[in-house]
Design a protein around this ligand. Structure first.
Ligand code: PMP
Length: 453
């Protein structure tokens, strides 16, 4: 039985039509710009996935500040999407601006190091516990470079990811299970090779499958989020991380933990909060308050090995890097963000608001006896239209609701609240307020009443 069977599906469809109409009526200027953009932008958007926003066309933003933004039609929003974590700092955070704008005046990129480089590396060392650091412009690149280094270090050809994962546009991570077998993930555009040649895929939380995949000794690295966040949140079962670490060590496979989203768990991500011991850790998105910035760190042992596989005459053409990687502006932005924005004090506030959001949504679920649940990773909270938490990617995918998921996004948007696209994820920034969280709960309850009424 579908978990949300108590909700009349024809009603959802009717409500959706009303919301759709409301959306069009309220965004004439965005629609006008979208029409005009058809002449110069592929599909009328600067980045193709922007076609997936609810409402049929994306709203154009006039200005974003803190945890809010205003669109070109003059409507104001509470932003719980925060650029899908790129703006977890809040938009243009005031505390980071002096560091960023001063650097803008002092040179943006030189291909030479600046002192901020080791300030940031030492701070990342302190937060995450890994010894050596390198920088990139995106979490995608941090993951790609880490996988290359892992293969070079171990001399092994393959990597392992979990079904339902997303680690950016990393070719090797575009393998999923299809009908229980590894395959190219649906929609994979023009893969250069079949990703099953490079990648093994198992379900999250399945230790037997993991061990079977590692046993042949051909897997260079496991690339994992510590909590899956891109297929809906899927938490690790108790003991899973300990076993993952033990098995990867036993079979000589490096463990890469991708903290890009789970940075919501605390200043040192989930790794620090739960005492994980990755060989390599990657992180990106909000690290520079939205200025393209990412980092990847190694344990001392793995860092030394990584250093040894980068061959001197080819250090610039070894397949890792980028002209703008570790540029002065990114480093200044990372320093300003770590020093003044994503501070311990900010996290304490964000965590408390995450707890508030989770508790309030839980209360609504309980009040109306809905077969739904809510889950949280620090200041990231997600509600899912199914009774029990998924234990792996397959369960999470099966639990997605093709009617309710788009409905809740559009209903919220029409009432001035932006959720993360593709799933019902809400994120708290240092500038989010208890009143904004409360407002989200009110609208959530309003949506529930509309669905049940
Ligand atoms: N890792 C994770 C866990 C992500 O969710 C994402 C993007 N959603 C990335 C890496 C890639 O980030 P970017 O698109 O900024 O490269």
């Amino acid at each position: 039985m579908n978990a949300s069977a108590t909700i009349d599906r024809s009603k959802v469809k009717a409500l959706m039509q009303t919301e759709q109409q409301l959306f069009v009526e309220r965004h004439p200027r965005s629609f006008e710009l979208y029409q005009r953009a058809q002449n110069s932008l592929l599909a009328g958007v600067p980045m193709h996935w922007m076609t997936r926003w609810p409402g049929g066309f994306p709203i154009f933003v006039a200005e974003a500040r803190g945890a809010t933004f205003r669109d070109v039609d003059g409507l104001q929003y509470i932003d719980l999407c925060l650029g899908d974590t790129g703006a977890m700092t809040g938009h243009s955070p005031q505390a980071a601006l002096p560091g960023i704008t001063q650097q803008l005046e002092k040179g943006i990129t030189t291909m030479l190091p600046s002192e901020n480089a080791f300030w940031v590396a030492e701070e990342l060392q302190r937060r995450f516990g890994l010894k050596y650091w390198q920088f990139a412009l995106s979490a995608t690149d941090a993951n790609r470079f880490s996988l290359r280094l892992a293969r070079a270090i171990t001399g092994r050809p393959r990597v392992l990811v979990f079904h339902g994962c997303y680690h950016g546009t990393v070719d090797e991570a575009y393998a999923w299970l299809v009908d229980g077998k590894p395959a190219s993930r649906p929609g994979n555009i023009g893969p250069q090779v079949d990703p099953t040649l490079t990648t093994k895929v198992v379900e999250w939380n399945d230790l037997a499958a993991l061990e079977e995949a590692l046993r042949p000794g051909d897997v260079a690295a496991v690339l994992a989020e510590p909590v899956m966040t891109n297929v809906g949140i899927v938490q690790p079962l108790p003991g899973y991380h300990e076993a993952l670490r033990e098995l990867t060590r036993r079979y000589g496979t490096l463990l890469i933990i991708d903290e890009t989203h789970t940075l919501s768990a605390g200043p040192g991500g989930y790794t620090k909060a739960h005492g994980l011991e990755p060989d390599i850790l990657t992180v990106g998105k909000p690290l520079g308050s939205g200025i393209p910035s990412a980092a990847y760190g190694f344990t001392e042992e793995v860092g030394q090995k990584a250093h040894s596989v980068i061959q001197p005459p080819y250090a610039d053409t070894g397949g890792i890097g980028g002209t703008l990687a570790a540029n002065a502006l990114s480093l200044a932005a990372m320093r300003a963000t770590l020093e003044h924005v994503l501070t311990e004090a900010a996290y304490r506030r964000m965590m408390a608001l995450g707890e508030q959001l989770e508790a309030e949504v839980q209360d609504v679920i309980k009040k109306y006896s809905l077969p739904w649940h809510v889950t949280r990773v620090g200041c990231r909270v997600e509600y899912l239209f199914r009774p029990n938490p998924a234990r792996n990617g397959s369960e999470a995918l099966a639990g997605q609701d093709p009617d309710l998921d788009p409905f809740i996004h559009l209903f919220m948007l029409n009432r001035g609240i932006l959720l993360t696209p593709f799933h019902n994820m809400t994120l708290i920034s240092p500038e989010t307020t208890p009143e904004q969280v409360r407002r989200h709960t009110e609208v959530f309850e309003e949506a529930v009443r509309a669905l049940l009424g």
